[in-house]
Structures are given as structure tokens and as C-alpha cells.
Design a protein around this ligand. Sequence first.
Ligand code: SF4
Length: 333
Amino acid sequence: MSEFPSITDPFGRVHDYLRISLTERCNLRCFYCMPEEGIPLRPKAQFMTRDEVLKIASVFVESGVKKIRLTGGEPLVRNDAAEIIRGLGQLPVELVITTNGVLADGFIDVFKESGIRSVNVSLDSLKPERLKQITRRDHVEKVLTNVDRLLDQGFRVKLNAVLIKGVNDDEITEFIEYTRDRAVFYRFIEFMPFDGNKWNWSKGVSYREIMERAAEKYGEKVERLEDAKNDTSRNYRVKGYKGGFAVISTVSNPFCDTCNRMRLTADGKMKNCLFSGTETDILGALRSGKEIRPLIYESVWHKKKSRGGMESMEELSDPLLHRKNRTMISIGG
Ligand code: SF4
């Protein structure tokens, strides 16, 4: 039992899940995440060191955090990624990671030693040429091989695809077919607005449209699965398939009511919501010798009910509002 109270917002939501971005750098250039011109590289000193990540994470864990997800950029491009993962593996917390999968084969032992059992891999297309266009890099074979390696080694694997009209929405049933013989979950994520990604909801594919496409092909063979507590996705399976699919509908059908998530960016700023336009400088406070715990509680106490206060589709579509947020690569998704 923790000696500190749980981290709670004014709506009674207990926050026990922290996503930590280890770096803003990435070995891919996905257009919906990284602006085409890239993001300006900043001096290393502005980012959390290994020890700072571990120190800050341990304060969150003492305050009731039960699950930590490592994100990026691409978390595995950091030179000291293995040491950080091993260090976090010592904390009494469920540790998981989201990666683009390119470097995953070199980390399988580190994941095992650190207690990571679940790996999310971003894979927006199964067509090599198309994936090359989306990510501006050529790597599909490597990722598919690594997904199979992870499965062979007993990891739970979820694949994430951001669906965009005219880009990859024609692959919905191919993604589902991929789950026929593999125990993976393919998760479809609605395209979300961030600074610099030229968002427009006419490019988005909604939860309803995804389910209509699935129903067209599989009819009553699509079965609804029970969602885990605080799950952001609605989960389904085609009867008889080893894996399943899920929809994360942040835009058309947000799941903020049960939100338990906080984010820490690679430069040590805390965000109380993916869409929050304000941040709390945890790293700055730590470096100047201040107590960081009260800042964590205060940040969550100021959390808005839904999507950083952009509750309606009109507000979400307003570039003046969503451009207050960072690019996706610097938040960590
Ligand atoms: S949009 Fe914000 S409040 Fe809603 S689920 Fe995501 S992080 Fe939580």
C-alpha cells in the first residue's frame, strides 16, 4: 500500500498509468507523426538522462502508478535504452513498450529480463511500397520478421495502424486477415490532429466505418470481446481466428470517461492529456532541487473532462486550439 494518496482528477478518475517518451528521435518519418521538414534537433541537455527518467518514474510509482509504457519517437533508438528498460524493470510496475519494431530483435533479451511481456508495434500497412511512402523509409520485411520473432518468444503483440482515407483504409480487411493465423491484435487508430500534421477529419476513418467494412466481409462472424478496465480500444475477433482487432476512436467516440493516463515527454514535461495544450515542467523542478510530487498531483487536478477541453468536433477541428499541442512525435502518442 502506498503511503501517498492516489493521483486523482476532479472527475474522480484515478491516474495509475504513465506513458514516458524516451526520445523525440525516430528512425522513421511517418507523415502523420513527424512534420515533413522534421523537428528541430535540440541539445541533449534538454532531455532526461537515464537517472532522471528512473528518478521521476519512481516518484510516479510511489504515488500509485501501476503501469508504465515506454514510447518515443522510437524509444529503442536511444543509446541507453537497454539500461533504462532494465532500471524501470526493477520498479513494482507493469512495464510495456510501443515501438516501430525495426530494432526489436536486438532487445528481446532485455525485454524478458525487465519483465516486459507486451509489445505494441506500429504497422500502418502490410504493403511494402505503401509502407515506404507512409514512413518515408524501407523496412517492412524487418518489422514483419520481428513481429513473428516476438510472437515465437511468447510476447503479447498488438499492431497499431493509423487509418487515413485514401492512404490505407482499403487494407482494413487485410489487416484483419493477418490475425487469422497469428495471435496478434490489430488496432485501428483514428487519425488525430496535432501540430504540423495537416489534420482534417475528412481524412479520418471512423469507428462506424471500420465496423461496417468488417461486417461487409465477415457478417455475423465478428464477435465483440470484453474490454479490459481503462481500455482505450473496443475489441473484436472474427470467430475462429487466432488474433483479433480493435478500434481506438479518440475522435469519433472518445473514451475519456475512464481515462487513467498521464504523459511525460522526453524533455521531462508532464501532460495530463494527449490533447492538453499546457505542460508541467517536472524535469526543470527536479534539476532545481524542488519536490516534484506536488506538481504531479496539481497537473492532474487541472485535467479537463475530455480531450484537453476540446469536447466537440468543432473545437477539435479548430487549428488554433489543436496547434497549442505539440507534434505527435514529441508527445509519444
Ligand atoms: S483524450 Fe485526454 S482525457 Fe481523453 S482519453 Fe485521451 S488522454 Fe484521456
